[in-house]
Write a protein that binds this ligand. Structure first.
Ligand SMILES: Nc1ncnc2c1ncn2[C@@H]1O[C@H](COP(=O)(O)OP(=O)(O)OP(=O)(O)O)[C@@H](O)[C@H]1O
Ligand SMILES: [Mg+2]
Length: 263
């Protein structure tokens, strides 16, 4: 498998959409981030990238509504959430190809993944096949079949899963905050930023809360999940997505606005 060195980029739904406003896209932010990735790809063609995006306002509110109304993801919620996520994904893919010159190929997670007893399982051969041809696979937070019916497989979980199974060097979580803080900086403006730490140092005191409608657990779950999936030897970067040039800097070096957490 000629796919190393591999980096996984998770574009947070919090950055590319306005999470509280349904079907809203931050078009300029999305375009800029994709252009930064495109520039990095052209400068470092030997490095491979898997692009993952979150659901933001195309995912979380739909699932939340459904669960509060029916107590679960029904068949019709599964269909409408899948449709909504495919719409967001089509926009990300088209901008990638047409604006950022990224040879992007979408791989809908629900076609390769399922969840059993809470654990995801994915067939990653389509991802590997795309990487081997020099393409950039795009995956996203999605609804998938499970032994309980239908469940959400978040973009964060996918990032960890793919990083572990394909042996990535780095995961870059691009978010609407400029790094990892002791507590949610949206709720506590005095919270201190953690610029670099081992995962075990931060896991116990980082706040579990997320101030938005995140059905997949916000920042804390992002970090714990890597531990749960047994990821080791990976550098995780929390990258401020609203700062111009910051994704490019974080891809290229450790000199960026954000935080580094070592697994
Ligand atoms: N300790 C913390 N440090 C930084 N951010 C935190 C912390 N605790 C909670 N948060 C919240 O986590 C949010 C980022 O996670 P969130 O799940 O909302 O975004 P995302 O994963 O980028 O979006 P999506 O889930 O749609 O892909 C931030 O907006 C912030 O308010
Ligand atoms: Mg999230």
């Amino acid at each position: 498998m000629k796919i190393r060195p591999l980096k996984i980029i998770k574009l947070g739904g919090s950055v590319i959409t306005v999470k509280e406003i349904r079907w809203s896209i931050r078009r300029e932010v999305l375009l800029r981030l994709l252009r930064e990735l495109g520039t990095y790809r052209e400068e470092f063609p030997e490095n491979q990238v898997v692009l993952i995006h979150g659901g933001g306002s195309f995912g979380h509110p739909l699932v939340k509504d459904c669960v509060s109304r029916y107590g679960k993801i029904t068949e019709s919620c599964y269909i409408s959430t899948a449709d909504s996520m495919d719409t967001l994904n089509a926009i990300v893919r088209k901008y990638s190809i047409n604006v950022a010159r990224i040879p992007a190929i979408s791989i809908p997670p629900r076609t390769i993944c399922s969840i059993s007893s809470g654990s995801p399982r994915c067939r990653l051969d389509p991802v590997v096949a795309a990487l081997e041809r020099g393409f950039t696979p795009i995956l996203y937070g999605d609804v998938v079949t499970s032994d309980r019916g239908f469940e959400v497989l978040s973009g964060d979980t996918l990032a960890w899963y793919i990083a572990r199974d394909l042996g990535a060097l780095e995961i870059l979580f691009v978010t609407d905050v400029d790094g990892l803080y002791e507590r949610d900086p949206k709720l506590d403006p005095n919270a201190q930023k953690i610029t670099e730490a081992l995962v075990d140092e931060v896991i116990n005191y980082v706040a579990a809360s997320s101030s938005t409608v995140d059905v997949t657990g916000g920042m804390m779950k992002k970090l714990i999940e890597g531990k749960l999936l047994g990821v080791r030897g990976i550098k995780v970067k929390i990258v401020g997505g609203f700062i111009e040039g910051n994704l490019y800097s974080a891809l290229k070096s450790d000199n960026f606005v954000g935080s580094i957490v070592w697994y």
